[in-house]
Write a protein that binds this ligand. Sequence first.
Ligand SMILES: [Zn+2]
Length: 482
Amino acid sequence: MQKIKIFNNLTRSKEELKTVTPGLVKFYSCGPTTYDFLHVGNARALVVGDLFHRVMKSLGYQVTFVRNYTDVDDKIIDRANELKVSSIEHADRFVKECEKDMQYLGMIPATFTPKVTETMKEIIQMIEDLIKNGFAYEINGEVLYHVPLFKEYGKLSKVQLESLQHGIRVEVDGHKKHPSDFVLWKPAKSGEPFWESPWGNGRPGWHIECSAMAKKYLGKTIDLHHGGVDLQFPHHENEIAQSEAANSCEFCHTWAHNEFLNFGSEKMSKSLGNVVTIRKFVETYSGEVLRHILLSVHYRSKLDWSEEAIEKAVQEMERIHQFTIDLKKAFINGVIGEEMVTDLIVTEEKIKEELANDFNVPAAMGLFFGMIKDFNRVSKMGALNTNYAKKLREITSFIQESTGLVHKDAEDIMKKLNQTKKNLKGSSAGDEGQIEKLIEERKIARSTKNWARSDEIRAELTKLGVEVKDNPDGTVSWTYKA
Ligand SMILES: [Zn+2]
């Protein structure tokens, strides 16, 4: 097991990941509200949660990973009413769509993916505990958390309660004891779904679900909690207040937040501006490309949403998968690369260290690309040394498991990438049939030594955005230019 260092937002410092049980990480990540297709912005938190899960497992930890679905919410109820369907049915439909998106993004399954509708008993129990412990009060079927009683409120977001009092709009109805008090249980309005409770028919507020689900599946104290940076306040601050007041012990030791996807960038073209859902991106480009973009910068850095980011991802993915294809085809039992094996063992260690250092994927991938570059240089010289080839394969499968940035079916990915390049070019790109015909015609021109015609065809292909490659074995291949 390799010790992981992680930036803990509770202390605002990078620390060794502390776990209650050695070697076991109890990990919770806030999941999506399922009222519509997910926005590409949502994809970043999903993929970063998946990255933490994969890296911890790959470095030898046992991980119990909980990611919830918010399937009871105002947005869901409003949308369902507009569509004249039941809100539970509507939420369920989008849980399924969300699961599909996660597959497109190459995510591995979480250990538990609870829904609010399945956790009602535990939610109600936790609200009862909060009332019993004096931290919550009921007024006319509504239960509120009384924030000033939780002395450590603000310890994560560093928000001061005094500044909150002045900073937020005070509710006019004045039923709150303090303007920062938040809802744990709200009474049902007509036409809304409801559940029975000691305070009458109603439904839970948003924050309580994560506290209740974390406790149900992971216990009172968990090791690592993750979410988008926008959730730090008030959602995560409220989770801490609820869990610690209900359970009378520490809720979570380490809090990690990923930065936004930046849509305000000038580089974001109009065409990309229209691709707002994960599904639309997958249909236009591919889920693998989206994953690659999302992991191309460190999770705590902002990421500009731009066409350039897609182009860069495509180029890198082609480099990776051409390498895996070449490695599979390479001759072994030779001597090439023999003297590089020792260096490669060092590289492997460094890759693991980078991933263990606050999940530094860009640094790890930099080392991986260095390894590919060396391979591309020496592999043309002859048959590879068996140990060299074996080490290359081991490192590649480690990157595959830990980041999900290497895909098993390289040929299929290369085809998808070619399609992505075509779609990036838009209407100026030639269609495959037309290109194949020209390639055939060029072959004939070359075999009859009609160089003038062959050059003409190459120029035509260039205009169609195509790059032609004459392979050493006499075959011809082509791709859309990146
Ligand atoms: Zn949450």
